[in-house]
Design a protein around this ligand. Structure first.
Ligand code: PLP
Length: 413
């Protein structure tokens, strides 16, 4: 736990209660400023949506990780949220990075991250990207098919390869094994091919699916990995690396870690280095999104009031479409009253909430439960808005992506 002690000494105020209070104050400050500006200009308030980001939450998750899974070195999945401050924080405390493309590799290298702290964890890579990795000394990469092996042989023959295997990801929000991962029927022949090409396969990787809610999926995947390790050892490979992927959620992390920790020790002795690719776990809770009610419709034939807010599924809330999330709308401010983080922020006023674009697909919640009816100009917030939100937000219909306001912190000093 030496690493954790080092982290602990950095900040004095990092409890989650303190964080929530600070996020609430940041919303108040921001909205007051916005109101004062519009008042001074004699204009009605027409503010853009914005995030408040709290890096202390990322930091606390890092401590949780190292405490609960001390043997597993995290390589943060950049795709989940490539925010430069999040990356800087994780880099400062020694995390590696899982990159999916040349762009992500460039971003991380430009921060001064050494190449050995990067895993290029995309089993199907463009040839130019493989060549770029070779030129930059990024050797660790995944594969799951024969064509990839031929490409790697030609363009990065010194790569250290991880064989990505498929998992039972039926208990997850995003089923990644539909797209990636070799089945156990194919792993033997892939290893034979790698051997005949004189490629250096160093271990196995898997992903149980993003937003996994089935802890047993990890156990099953660890057992499958052992099977493939034995196949590799039988063929004369020196396997010494297991990558247990992402799929960790904050809510279930403790119980998942309590299963994974002993399972790793049972199936893999200490000569095997264990890494992982968590994304959501680190950032989901670190960002909170505030949106402004810009319009409202009450139709005679429609029971529920329809609210239109200034960010939606084409923007930050793309997580509804791409990540199958169901963000919970809560009232942040009604009139002059701030309701952030109080029991009054939800209630029994059934309504629907829509994004600002002209597409009917831009629907945030068909049955939101607010405490009472809102007016144009009131504010709504969404907790847990850090994972798979800013990463894929677009400017469809000419709307800007929501800006990010960071809580003050000494963590990056
Ligand atoms: N690693 C790979 C290869 C992925 O595809 C993903 C997500 O899609 C992740 C890691 C991160 O997963 P999560 O955010 O569920 O931890």
């Amino acid at each position: 736990l030496g690493h954790v002690n080092a982290i602990n000494s950095v900040s004095t105020w990092s409890s989650s209660d303190h964080s929530r209070q600070a996020v609430g104050e940041a919303f108040k400050r921001m909205i007051t400023e916005l109101e004062q500006t519009s008042h001074a200009q004699g204009e009605p308030l027409d503010a853009d949506a914005f995030f408040v980001a709290d890096l202390h939450t990322v930091y606390r998750q890092l401590i949780r990780w190292h405490t609960k899974l001390p043997r597993v070195q995290p390589f943060y999945a950049v795709k989940c949220n490539p925010d430069p401050h999040v990356l800087a924080l994780l880099n400062k405390f020694g995390t590696g990075f899982d990159c999916a493309s040349k762009g992500e590799i460039e971003q991380v290298l430009n921060m001064g991250v050494p190449s050995e702290k990067i895993v290029y964890a995309n089993p199907c890579k463009a040839i130019t990207y493989i060549r770029y990795s070779a030129a930059k000394g990024i050797d660790l990469m995944t594969f799951d098919n024969a064509d990839e092996l031929y490409k790697v042989k030609q363009h990065h023959p010194n790569a250290r390869l991880l064989l990505r295997i498929s998992t039972d990801d039926s208990g997850s929000l995003c089923r990644l094994s539909l797209k990636f991962g070799a089945s156990l029927e194919d792993t033997g022949s892939l290893l034979d091919l790698a051997k005949s090409l004189d490629l250096n396969v160093v271990g196995v990787s898997f992903h149980v699916g993003s937003g996994s809610y089935d802890p047993s999926a990890f156990l099953d995947a660890i057992r499958r990995s052992r099977f493939v390790f034995d196949q590799g050892l039988d063929r004369g490979f020196k396997f010494d690396l297991l990558d247990i992927g992402g799929g960790f959620s904050s809510d279930t992390f403790d119980s998942v870690a309590d299963l994974v920790r002993p399972a790793l020790d049972t199936y893999f002795d200490s000569s095997v280095r264990i890494i992982s690719e968590p994304g959501r776990f680190f950032v989901a809770g670190a960002f909170t999104l505030a949106v402004n009610v810009i319009a409202k419709r009450k139709l005679a034939d429609e029971e529920k009031v329809m609210y239109y807010v200034n960010d939606g599924v084409y923007g930050s809330l793309n997580c509804i479409l791409f990540d199958h999330q169901h963000p919970v709308a809560r009232v942040l401010k009604k009139g002059s009253q701030y309701l952030y983080n109080t029991h009054l922020s939800t209630g029994n006023h059934h309504c629907s909430i829509w994004g600002p674009t002209c597409d009917s697909l831009d629907a945030i919640a068909s049955d939101a439960r607010l405490p009472y009816e809102l007016n144009v100009g009131d504010w709504i917030y969404f907790d847990d808005a850090g994972a798979y939100t800013v990463a894929a937000a677009s400017c469809f219909n000419g709307f800007k992506t929501s800006r990010i306001v960071y809580l003050e912190t000494d963590i990056l000093d």
